[in-house]
Each structure stands twice: as structure tokens, then as C-alpha cells.
Design a protein around this ligand. Structure first.
Ligand code: NAD
Length: 485
């Protein structure tokens, strides 16, 4: 491998990167509108070619010994570290991530690769008892084949890596389609690192484009499984298409996550976690706290602290300035966020802070007196908005937390761990934290949601084996049995 200076490594790769035969589309920096790159888009025919090439390469990879597969993954992890600076710059510029979010992306992508590098060396089956004398019976996990991965723009490298790394580690090939707004951090970086790490040709294909390219990937006959991360609305469409073809489909979808503060909570700690959980990355994270449910006794004090925090946060260009919030990803999303805020105020919510914007920069917003019928309560906002609703009893807090079809993550603040656990036991959510924020994920944890936040699929840790392999039963006997026919 030729040494590549960290500041030019990705730019060199991009000069020759052609993920499709379609017209080039500008990749722009949301904070400035600066043109970062021109990316040729993929066509449905490109998807078919990519899936066919992946399918052709996969069987030999599945037979490659576990040490070699582990070595490639380990090397990808090392390369994430080696190219940290350029990867970080692209993340701040293309995804409008502030420095702390960018660092999370760097560390998490590294650990996804590192964790996946431990997977090829693990036992992949069991010897089973057999009712038949003289028969050796075993079950083993086999790769699914080609995994089609579709990811969103909000955390593109990590959400791509959490599919690509374990799927490849377990002997699959992958065709990855990042969101068209983040082709480099969601696609090119991953392709470049695996190529540099020595992944054999064909196994990782990147296609770039929107819904038509996504649907071509879901329905391609060479794609055996679809792993989709994105909105619940698109997830339903993907599930319909994949279901009709009887394909395995993993769905990691939206959230409207409750952040519950009980009357015995440490309010400073709660307000700090609440502000971070709602405003980090401009609220554009599936785990964002979407509903602050606060005990009436402490609601005024909590609101005051939350407003003070929101007021202090600095907005600006995350790449060139030291700020806590960057821009909203695009005009359409900005209009959506503001529409929910304005309709909620018109419906009776009180604007306690924010609610204004300068271009794509939306002030961190706190809404008080939010009732369960308002859009700020019912909808996933995906913006820097903290809607506050009050309750009087633990039962009421639980009912409000569960008053959503989503079920991704919940958080509870209380000084009583047993009270926190008793409430956690009754909230329908894939992940629950007591005395911590809602933004929590680790590569070793089976991450995922309940209700319309997913279809029971999980990413991470041991769940990766279930997601990216299928069981196969194999029996062997020396003497064939005799049959009555
Ligand atoms: P989106 O559903 O609009 O897009 C996601 C991906 O799907 C993109 O790559 C897009 O190009 C593609 N796509 C769009 N239409 C398609 C179609 N018809 N067929 C196939 N692919 C199609 O999502 P978004 O609004 O850009 O992303 C934000 C959403 O993602 C939020 O709802 C957020 O909560 C969710 N999300 C969930 C998780 C999780 O792990 N649960 C993580 C991050 C984001």
C-alpha cells in the first residue's frame, strides 16, 4: 500500500470514483453551499450490474478463511484511525456535524470495524442431539449472500459501517446506497477504506441515487436481504417491496423518544441531558429526545434550566467555527421543522425559547404546555425542538411515554433507581436509560426499536449474527437408513 498523506487521501480516491454512469450531481456543504464534489449518479442498470458483480464475488469470500476476513476488518479499523483528520473534515462539511458529533462518528465507525474483526473467528454453529442412531447432526450459520444496504444522511458513515462491517465479516457481499446528500461520508469513505484494506474486488459496491435507485436495489434478484435505515414512511415502502419478493428485510426507522423527569430528579443533570438529547446535531438523530415529560412539581424549574441552556447555545458553520449547532440539512427539512413548531403554537403550545431561524440555522427551541394532540408531541420532528409536557403520577408518565406508535429509546431521570426501573419495565421501547440521555449507542449492543421504529431487527453485538446469516441444518451418516417405501 502506498502511503497517502492524510489530507489528500480521500480527494485522490474521489478523482477516480464513479459510482454510476448517470449525470453528475453536485455534493454541497449545507453550511455554505460550497460545492464539495461532483458525483456521477447510479441508474437502475448500474444497480443490476453492481448486484451481479457482488453476487459473483461472494461465494469465494464466504470460503476465505476466517483469519483473512478478520485481517481486512482489522485493517479497516486501523485505516479509520490513520485517516481520522480527513474523515473528520468531510464529516463536518458534508453532514453539518459539529465537532463533538464528528468525533462520535470517527470513534463509532472505528469500533464498528474493530468489533466486526472479532466476528469471523467465533463459533458459527453447534452439534445437535439426533433422534436417529449413527447420525451426526449439526446446525451452522451461513452467509445470506448479497446484502442491500440503504442508509440516511444524518450519521452516514456509522450507519453504513454498522451494516457493511458485520455483513462482510460473516462472508456476505454488500451493495450500499447512501443518501444522495452524503455520497462521500456515506459511501466513498467506506469504499476507499475497504479497498485500501485489501477487500477483494466486487464484494463491496456503492450505488448513489434516490428512491428509484433504492427501489432497484430492494427488488434486484441478486440481493437476498435488505437492511434499511431511514424514515418510517420509506421503511413501509421498502418492506412492501421486499415482502412481496419474500426477502429478509431489517428496518431501523424513526423515533419520537420520551425523556421523563420525575419529581425526585437531579434537575441540573436532567436539564443538561435533556438539552443535549434534543439539540445535538440539530435534533437530527433517530434517538433525539422528542418529548420531555416532566413531573408537574418540578416542571417550572426544569423549563427554566432548559430554556437557559437553549439560549446559550451557539449556532454557526461547524467546520469553521466553534459552535454547538450547525445548519439543518436542507430547506425542505427546515420548513417541516418550522411547520410543526408553528402549528403546535397555533394549537395551544407556548413558545418558551427559539422558534426562529436565519437561513438554515434554526434556534434551539423549547415549547411548553404541549398536549398529546399537538404535532410537536405526535410527530418525529427531526429538528432542534424540545416539547415539554407535564404529568402528575408515575402511571400518567408511563401512559404519556407509551402514547406513541414509535418505540426506539426512552430516558428516565430519578434519584431512585428502583422507581426508574419500575417505570422502565412498563415503557414499550427498544432501549431505555435511567439517569442518562437518549443519545446512546455502542457497537456491542443490539440496537433497535419496537413498534413503528423497526420490525424487530437489531444491529450490533451478538445480534449481528442473527441479522447477517441464516441457519442451515446438516446431517451426516455412514449407513443410509432403510425406508418403508
Ligand atoms: P428517508 O427514509 O427519506 O431516506 C433514507 C434512505 O432511503 C435514503 O438513502 C433515501 O435515498 C432512500 N430512499 C428514499 N425513498 C426510497 C424508496 N422508495 N425505496 C428505497 N430507498 C429509498 O430518511 P431521511 O428522512 O432522510 O432520514 C431520517 C430518518 O431516518 C428519520 O426518521 C430517522 O429517525 C431515521 N433514522 C433511523 C435510525 C435508526 O437506527 N433507527 C438511524 C438514523 C436515522
Amino acid at each position: 500500500m502506498a502511503a497517502i498523506a492524510p489530507t489528500t487521501w480521500l480527494s485522490s480516491f474521489l478523482e477516480d470514483w464513479r459510482p454510476g454512469t448517470g449525470a453528475p450531481v453536485a455534493d454541497t456543504e449545507p453550511a455554505t453551499g460550497i460545492h464539495l464534489a461532483s458525483i456521477p449518479q447510479s441508474t437502475p442498470d448500474d444497480v443490476a450490474r453492481a448486484a451481479a458483480a457482488a453476487a459473483a464475488a461472494q461465494p469465494a469470500w464466504a470460503e476465505t478463511n476466517y483469519q483473512e476476513r478478520a485481517r481486512v476488518l482489522r485493517r479497516v479499523a486501523d485505516l479509520f484511525d490513520a485517516h481520522r483528520a480527513e474523515f473528520g473534515d468531510w464529516t463536518m462539511r458534508e453532514t453539518a456535524a459539529v465537532r463533538s458529533k464528528m468525533k462520535h462518528e470517527q470513534n463509532f465507525a472505528y469500533f464498528e470495524a474493530l468489533n466486526a474483526s472479532t466476528m469471523p473467528s467465533q463459533a458459527y454453529g453447534s452439534l445437535m442431539p439426533s433422534a436417529e442412531r449413527g447420525r451426526l447432526s449439526m446446525v451452522r450459520r451461513v452467509p445470506i449472500g448479497v446484502v442491500g444496504a440503504i442508509t440516511p444522511w444524518n450519521s452516514p458513515t456509522v450507519l453504513g459501517m454498522r451494516v457493511v462491517a458485520p455483513a462482510l465479516a460473516l462472508g456476505n457481499a454488500v451493495v450500499l446506497k447512501p443518501d444522495p446528500q452524503t455520497p462521500v461520508t456515506g459511501g466513498a469513505i467506506i469504499a476507499a477504506l475497504f479497498a485500501e484494506a485489501g477487500l477483494p474486488e466486487g464484494l463491496l459496491q456503492i450505488v448513489v441515487g434516490g428512491a428509484d435507485v433504492g427501489e432497484a436495489l430492494v427488488t434486484d434478484p441478486n440481493v437476498a436481504m435488505v437492511s434499511f435505515t431511514g424514515s418510517t414512511a420509506t421503511g413501509r415502502r421498502v418492506a412492501q417491496l421486499a415482502g412481496g419478493l419474500l426477502k429478509k428485510v431489517s428496518l431501523e426507522l424513526g423515533g419520537n423518544n420520551p425523556f421523563v423527569v420525575l419529581d425526585d430528579a437531579d434537575l441540573d443533570a436532567a436539564a443538561s441531558a435533556g438539552a443535549f438529547s434534543s439539540f445535538q446535531h440539530q435534533g437530527q438523530i433517530c434517538m433525539t429526545a422528542g418529548r420531555h415529560l416532566i413531573h408537574r412539581k418540578v416542571a417550572d424549574a426544569y423549563l427554566e434550566k432548559l430554556v437557559a441552556k437553549a439560549r446559550r447555545l451557539k449556532l454557526g458553520d461547524p467546520y469553521r467555527e466553534d459552535v454547538q449547532l450547525g445548519p439543518i440539512v436542507n430547506e425542505r427539512q427546515l420548513a417541516r421543522v418550522d411547520g410543526i413548531v408553528q402549528r403546535s403554537i397555533a394549537g395551544g403550545a407556548t413558545l418558551a425559547e427559539g422558534g426562529t431561524h436565519d437561513g438554515l440555522y434554526y434556534r434551539p427551541t423549547v415549547l411548553a404546555d404541549v398536549t398529546a394532540d399537538l404535532p410537536a408531541f405526535t410527530d418525529e420532528i427531526f429538528g432542534p425542538v424540545a416539547p415539554v409536557t407535564t404529568f402528575e403520577t408515575d402511571d400518567e408518565a408511563i401512559a404519556l411515554a407509551n402514547a406513541s406508535d414509535y418505540g426506539l429509546v426512552a430516558a428516565i431521570y430519578t434519584r431512585s433507581i428502583s422507581r426508574g426501573l419500575a417505570i422502565a419495565n412498563r415503557i414499550r421501547s427498544g432501549m431505555i436509560h435511567v439517569n442518562d440521555g437518549t443519545l446512546n449507542d455502542e457497537a456491542v449492543i443490539p440496537f433497535g426499536g419496537m413498534g413503528i421504529s423497526g420490525n424487530g431487527s437489531r444491529f450490533g453485538g451478538s445480534a449481528n449474527f442473527d441479522e447477517f446469516t441464516e441457519w442451515q441444518w446438516v446431517t451426516l451418516r455412514d449407513e443410509p437408513p432403510s425406508f418403508p417405501f
